[in-house]
Design a protein around this ligand. Sequence first.
Ligand SMILES: [Zn+2]
Ligand SMILES: [Zn+2]
Length: 922
Amino acid sequence: MGKKELTSLFSSDPDRYYKVPLFDKVGFSRQVCSRCGKFFWSIVNRESCPDHETYGFINNPPTGKRLDYIHAWKEIEAYFRSKNHAIISRYPVVCRWRDDLYFTIASIVDFQRVMGGKVVFELPANPLVVPQMCLRFNDVENVGLSGRHYTSFCMVGQTCNADLPGGYWKDTCVEIDYGMLTTVLGIRPEEITFVEDVWMGAGAFGNSLEYFVRGLELGNAVFTEFEGDENNFHIMKNKIIDMGAGLERLSWITMGTPTSYDCSFGPVIEALTSITGTNNHPEVIGKYFEIMSGKIGEDYVMLNSSSEMRSINPVKSVIAKNMGMPEDKLARIISPYEAIYTVADHARTLLFAIADGSLPSNVGGGYNLRIILRRSLSILERMGWNDLKLGTVTDLHIDYLRQMYPELEEHRDDIKTILEIESERYLGSRERMYALATYIRKADKKLTIDDLIKMYESDGVTPEYLLEAGAIESIPSSFYTKLAELHSEQAAGQIQKPIVRVEGLPATRLLYYEDETNHEFEATILKVIDNRYIVLDQTAFYPRGGGQEPDKGKLESLEVDEVIKHGDVVLHRLRNTSNKLNEGNIISGKVDVQRRNSITKHHTSTHILNSAARNNLGPWVWQNSAFKDQDYGRLDITHHSALTKEEIERIEKSANDIITQNLPVSINVYGRGEAEQKYTFRIYQGGVAPTTNIRIVKIEGWDIEACGGTHVRRTGEIGLVKITKSERIQDGVVRLEFVAAKSALNYIQRLESSLNNIVQSLGTSKDKVVESILKRNEDTELYKKKIKSILRKVAPLIAKAVISEAKITPVGNVKIYSIHDEQLDDDYHISVGEKSVEIDKSLIYVAVFTKGEGISVIVFAGDNANKLIKAGTIAKEISVQLGGSGGGSERFGQGGGSIKYKEKINDALLSVEELVVRHSKE
Ligand SMILES: [Zn+2]
Ligand SMILES: [Zn+2]
């Protein structure tokens, strides 16, 4: 259904849909906009609707009250409390309860849960108001510049279920909101306009009233009333009111400051101007932002051009003209302010996101966080504010916001830690990104969207950076969509389900939930598919799910090698097809107890390790994914860096302490809302639970998670957990591999027997093994030295062969010898290369070979050749193509790349000639 159809549906009966008793009481009349035809309600007569109005409140607020951000909230909070609304704490800005959203984008999202593709509403109180911080990244380029765009803002969300006790419908809603505008903010009724609009979402729709004062939209009350489409709809059983009002705007209308930032960030802006020494030309700034944030400049541009305005630059030139100032002079005056506003906004967003457990990274929502973090750092750098740290800005925000959000105080240090790590990382990668951008620009390479994605995924080079560096002309509009698709495909690719027909079958009774220790059972066969898949009325077999591997065992004498769940139906797959099992038969089943017990111990171990990692590393640690098998387990956690040996040891020690304490593990089922309120969104470590009832697994005093897996009754049953490996598998994710219980013992015994083998082959004893190995290393060093001296002796001979094989280039007398041979190493190339260019001064010697996870590049250039191009330059350009960096002097250069670029080695070597030719022309 289109918005147009809905609008005409509602507009045709305004008395039914839009009119409320208050309008008659106070004297609002329905009017139509002469410019766009929209309907609106106002006390005074107006030509057009507020859409066409510029902001008439800047430097001239329409209210006697002046309410800064916190103050505005305190007054609004008291007002709604007096109107019997429950005031609830904000929800996390990281939206853990919906897997279709990374961040909380509106207050109503707090109360939405997605089930079977449908949105359901769950309100913890009725009616309620929440000061919900929301994150949105769709307008990042205007933030800090327009005077009114944000990446995070507080939505005052007034929400109620009209059909439950305490609920009300639009008459009351509009009356309450009108009271907020007139009594709390002190706005005269003649200033207020209500504009008719419609709203539609997933299968539901309703009408809405937006309210405006002097061109500024202050709030929007949505009345979700119908389900269905325009031809076939009915009134919902639980009608929902969702009124959202931006606190930044409510404060701004009373303060009338040149930008919304000046009042919404409290004392932060003033503090930053003083730290950076920015306080010139206050009259220019006041005037400029009055026009810019007041949309007056936009209005000029709109009048003078037909194209839709998106970029802020044409507005800037119009304002400069209007103020009678040269554009560049105006830009010099305003840019420090734009910088301060942008950094203040971005720091506040990072503050909330990190406090709520998210990390800047290259994956998921972390991507947006890293972009604004890097944008802030590059702004600070460009302005030369090297002493201003982002952590200082977040501190200033916390000092102000803790009156409203006291929980931020707890995370003050964590936030600084993350910002510092990320800032260092940025400085470290900047040089490489710069070299890469220069290479692309010089070589005039046209990058495809796949190139961009690859560079982003493997090197963290953002298209924004390449754009700024002039390496690309624009960011392909589908870049982010494609990136997102790539990741969603990866997520979906992990589930493999055979296609089987289970429609119409009743839900299988899950005996493993009723009594985990019951491994033998009898059941009736409900269906046999292809002589291989068996559906029973009940089962003790745990099916594959939640990262836990399935049970194996027997149905009668037949082996079960896979168990999966389709909706509510469990399917047992036989190893071999059989016609012995027939529908209607009663049969016995037996689960492989040893396998189950071992998987169970690995599962409870992931919960123990997850909390151990969080307690030892920081609150940003969440389970990213987990896998629990018979012989080992795997836990991927969100963390910023690879773990050190000490960190791994600390995590392992905490986990084993919990095992030794033999803590009880309890499993209880709660209503979803109850579980979330009681245990917070921390329960969603394994992702969202799409059910109204949630199974909570609690390790007393240690860990609480929503989980459908099997668990031990006390932690002591695990005996021992040993981390066998840890690696950073992607940006922001660290993998822990571990073994528990009997597998841990097996692992240690295997280690011991390897040690015995080593001891034997060294002909030493266990306590002297380290000494012995050190001795061996010394011997090896000695051999290396001998080889080197031999190499030096034969180098002149090899050099002659090298020179005769070198390729003549079109450039004068420069020759190139390039070699990629995995048998040869640094020592060889350094001896031979050096000798070769000494003999033939026109020679360029280029060698590439892999080394562990990397690629090494060695370049020598003879004294004639290096007049044209330095060895260091060649090393750098080749390394960049191989995903690394390099440099050096005229005569000798070296560098390296990543093994991921191995197939590019030959191309890189071939490009040397091109490089030489290009340099000869410069
Ligand atoms: Zn209009
Ligand atoms: Zn679990």
